[in-house]
Design a protein around this ligand. Sequence first.
Ligand SMILES: [Zn+2]
Length: 254
Amino acid sequence: MIEPIVDLGEAQDCLTTLFDQPDLSCAVLTGAGISTDSGIPDFRSPGGIWSKRLPVQFQDFVQSAESRREDWLRRLEMLDIFEKAEPNAAHRFLVDLEQPGKLELLVTQNVDGLHQRAGTSTEKLVELHGNSTFATCLDCGKRHELEPLRPLVAAGDSPKCSACNGLLKPAVVSFGQQMPMKKLQHAARVAASVDVFLVIGSSLVVYPAAELPVIAAEAGATLVIVNGEETPIDGLADHILRTRIAKTFEKITI
Ligand SMILES: [Zn+2]
């Protein structure tokens, strides 16, 4: 296995050299680590929201008003954190990557909406676990903003759709709910076709996301992993960068 780069300047040189190449095609996978420098804690880490109370299963959300209330309260709690956060240099780098046509696809495990807020185009973005910053109607799919729903939730009501009176649910993929399979298949095809696959802030333990860099590496892509800790597929990587994520991307220009 190659040695991880721990020096900031060396990490920046590595990325600059790599992304400076003309006609490069790149796919990216991001996880919680890209957003921690924006002030968003990893909700799965010890002490995080999900370690204190178990996530609400999809079936329970549909069937039980009490489960819905618990889920809504937690989503609104998370919204407070998301609203205060700003995209950082790593999110912005991925926006810059689009301009010269180097970004094929950005797949994220995050539900904080920061890639969209940074300016990544929706057609380049796959939010594997959905987005927790708005809600959709389970019947007609209409999008609803969360902020106006606060009083309803506080009063103990389940928010309903203004168009069809269907149940509203935060637009995340809950446990027991299907992942966006077509998007995932598309992501796998893209992963198998790019020159570079870049992982930022994912510990690569949650499947199927963790499979994408493996597919890319096996198809011959240069695999770069920028993450604070070791991952199970470090052995496949061409470059491992173990530097502060936002700092690392501050100086990279394309
Ligand atoms: Zn509806």
